[in-house]
Design a protein around this ligand. Structure first.
Ligand code: UD1
Length: 429
């Protein structure tokens, strides 16, 4: 028996959707709880599989976790272990980011190498080089990173080769609990980095420059508890806005800071949509024709690679030929062939996809390969004529909370079903 999401497409979406807390913001913020024995309360935590995995990971290190929907209270009074197993790191690549905080608090860490995945090789060389520069003794044996710093880490001047989000999180966390001044040049500027720095500061730490490519961390001997709210999910917001565009509808996504969408807002305008921004929302409305665009993914504030797949789904219905260059992850076009099963006309060559807009997509059975590919297929499905079945929907559960309910509120028809060998039977939503 396998689960799938059934989408009956063809209706324009309209209405307001409230986005949840950002998965990519919550993960490093939760990992920062390793840096203190005191409690951190997190509000606006999304209900997602990746959050459950992170909580499980923290519990292995000795975390005490209280959960009420939307809020997590986490404290790690004592580090009882410093190992992150392969099964956890494989299920959640970002688990690798605990290496720095474990080293800073416990002087040792053993974390499995995440390895490649469906969207590209995803090496961690910058993480390892930065922590080595901070005095960690790091050996990689049999796919596991063994790191020790018995006398503690030391501050360093880190120059990142490219603005890796994960490596920036890793160094900020390690340096926050390492006495002295650590600098990161070439840092990632994503809003999630700013959110992590804000959390560290509210724990009594001192991080300056987050949101620029030059970050300074004044490390402390100890950090305390805090009470924070996870920032709204800019990628979830972008997904609903693109779904509105694909169905020629109008949707307001609330619960986000529009500035966090960066260059994506310009792309929406270039596609001929009417775009309106307020303090905590962005809304788009179709003006009839959807125009083709040529875009490239880039580090923030450029067009986020996590919106590339959903954008491709929408552009497959634009008038004319669009071009997307993927500059962050070399293998991130797996969704193109699935969209083609729905009638899209997309050619992929290395890092470039050429999308020849078609008048309509038609429902089809398709398979999701990762979180954002799954989102692209949902957009294709709500815009298509007929019924789409999206298999491997567990990817959706990793990154989109209450997907069926939120889309249904906007007028789409989605539900979760189970398939067995003989037929399909309704399993509720
Ligand atoms: C994070 C996000 C992911 C997003 C990505 C880019 C989370 C949980 N994940 O992933 O959704 O798509 O940022 O915005 O927040 N690289 C190296 N060596 C390293 C580290 C990275 O070569 O040591 C390369 C990667 O292969 C990739 C590029 O740098 O080509 C960017 O990766 P990075 O910013 O580190 O992505 P993640 O932090 O893994």
């Amino acid at each position: 028996m396998s689960e799938f999401i059934e989408v009956i497409g063809g209706s324009p979406l309209s209405g307001t959707v409230t986005v949840g807390g950002a998965k990519n913001g919550a993960l490093p913020m939760l990992m920062a709880s390793i840096l203190t024995a005191e409690q951190i309360q997190y509000d606006n935590v999304p209900n997602l599989e990746d959050i459950n995995l992170t909580v499980h990971l923290l519990e292995q290190f000795g975390a005490r976790v209280e959960y009420v929907p939307g809020t997590l209270k986490v404290s790690v009074p004592e580090l009882v272990a410093t190992e992150a197993s392969y099964s956890l790191v494989k299920a959640l690549r970002a688990s690798f980011w605990v290496l720095g905080p474990l080293l800073a608090r416990g002087g040792a860490a053993r974390v499995a190498l995440p390895g490649g995945d469906i969207i590209g090789a995803r090496p961690v060389d910058m993480h390892v080089a930065a922590l080595s520069q901070m005095g960690a003794d790091i050996k990689v044996k049999h796919g596991v990173v063994y790191a020790t710093a018995p006398d503690g880490l030391r501050p360093a001047r880190i120059q990142l080769r490219s603005p890796s989000v994960g490596a920036t999180h890793q160094v900020i966390m390690a340096a926050a609990l390492t006495r002295g001044i650590t600098t990161i040049e070439g840092a990632a500027r994503e809003p999630e980095v700013v959110a992590l720095a804000d959390l560290i500061n509210s724990m009594g730490g001192h991080v300056e420059g987050a949101g620029t490519s030059s970050i300074t961390i004044f490390g402390k001997e100890s950090l305390g508890g805090a009470h924070v709210r996870v920032l709204g999910d800019r990628i979830e917001a972008g997904t609903y806005l693109l779904a509105a565009a694909a169905t020629r509808g109008s949707v307001k996504a609330q619960g986000i800071n529009p500035a966090h969408l960066g260059g994506f807002l310009d792309v929406l305008a270039d596609m001929g949509l009417s775009v309106e921004c307020g303090d905590d929302y962005v809304s788009v409305a179709s003006r009839g024709t959807l125009k083709a665009v040529s875009v490239s993914t880039a580090p923030f504030p450029g067009l986020a690679t996590d919106l590339q797949a959903p954008l491709m789904a929408t552009l497959s219905l634009a008038e004319g030929t669009s071009r997307i260059e993927e500059n962050i992850f070399e293998g991130r076009f797996g969704h193109a062939s699935e969209l083609c099963r729905m009638g899209a006309k997309i050619e992929v060559s290395e890092r470039t996809a050429i999308i020849h807009g078609v008048e309509r997509l038609t429902g089809a059975p398709v398979e999701a390969f990762d979180i954002r590919a799954a989102a692209a297929l949902v957009i294709g499905g709500v815009a298509a004529e007929g019924v789409t079945h999206i298999f491997e929907p567990q990817h959706i559960r990793r990154g989109y909370e209450y997907l069926e309910a939120k889309f249904s509120k906007l007028g789409a028809h989605l539900c979760c079903r189970v398939a067995d060998a003989e037929d399909f039977s309704f399993a509720g939503c």
